[in-house]
Ligand binder design. Structure first.
Ligand code: OAD
Length: 249
């Protein structure tokens, strides 16, 4: 188990006492300990088994909507059976004890932060729990499965899809704006469980650094952010975050 550097706990304690602001950025790694596979880890990552071009682009969906629909149905089922882990829970508790500004920006679509009790969450890549029409964007609560294609929208007969952001699609404007504005004004940004490879969100900790924030990274692997971060902790989120929380309590 990693020994949390005393400078890290002192920094977070000092910010808590001075009502400092925190922006947390999470990626698939924080849900790994809940059994939800990451995207890029060599053995277990989803993109090691499936090609993003086949499954996570609008072109792929229009080419074979059934394949994409079924893959997301499988993931939705997997995520609905997963439980938040110690890392998600520690972040929810950190938010509850924090009197300054606190925002959690997540690239994850699995909803586990909300289920753990986090409140101020920006889901920049959408949510797998929501289904919407690919054409008119109307959210769907129910649908009839079809054997050869994704289900149809009751409003316009367009194809239904998960309300997530695919490669080549724009991120929701309001979410991105809130995430970057908060990060650029934050005293501390923590980048947790993300490979820091997918833009524009990968730029968020970098922009915060340029604006004068401290940046702590938590990731068992080195990422493009590691050398720039003030502290880069080579450990799992489920091990480090509860330790940080107990140091604050
Ligand atoms: P990645 O799969 O790219 O990266 C996951 C990161 O989590 C890796 O750097 C791992 O080292 C790290 N990791 C693994 N286990 C961990 C643990 N227990 N604790 C902490 N870190 C751990 O996932 P993201 O960075 O989230 O986008 O990927 C970004 C985006 O790329 C995703 O949101 C998704 C994907 O394509 C869309 O679907 C639009």
């Amino acid at each position: 188990m990693i020994e949390l550097p005393s400078e890290v706990t002192e920094l977070v304690c000092q910010l808590r006492d001075s009502l400092g602001s925190i922006c947390i950025l999470t990626g698939a790694g924080i849900s790994a300990e809940s059994g939800v596979p990451t995207f890029r880890d060599a053995q277990t990552g989803l993109w090691a088994k499936y090609s993003p071009e086949e499954l996570a682009t609008p072109e792929a969906f229009l080419r074979d909507s059934k394949l994409v629909w079924d893959w997301y149905s499988w993931r939705r089922d997997l995520v609905s059976k997963a439980e938040p882990n110690a890392g998600h829970e520690a972040l929810a508790k950190l938010e509850a004890m924090w009197s300054g500004e606190f925002l959690l920006v997540t690239q994850n679509v699995d909803g586990l932060h909300a289920r753990a009790g986090s409140r101020e969450i920006v889901e920049v890549h959408g949510s797998i729990a929501r289904t919407r029409c690919h054409s008119c964007r109307t959210e769907a609560e129910s649908w009839d499965e079809r054997d050869d294609a994704a289900p149809l929208c009751h409003a316009c007969d367009g194809l239904l899809r998960p309300d997530v952001v695919w490669f080549g699609e724009s991120l929701p404007d309001a979410a991105i704006q809130r995430a970057f504005t908060t990060a650029e004004c934050a005293d501390l940004v923590m980048s947790i469980g993300t490979s820091a490879l997918v833009y524009p969100i990968a730029a968020l900790p970098q922009r915060a650094l340029q604006a004068g924030a401290k940046v702590i990274e938590i990731n068992p692997s080195v990422t493009p952010l590691s050398s720039a971060a003030d502290y880069s902790l080579r450990a799992s989120a489920g091990a480090v975050l509860p330790q940080l929380l107990s140091a604050l309590s």
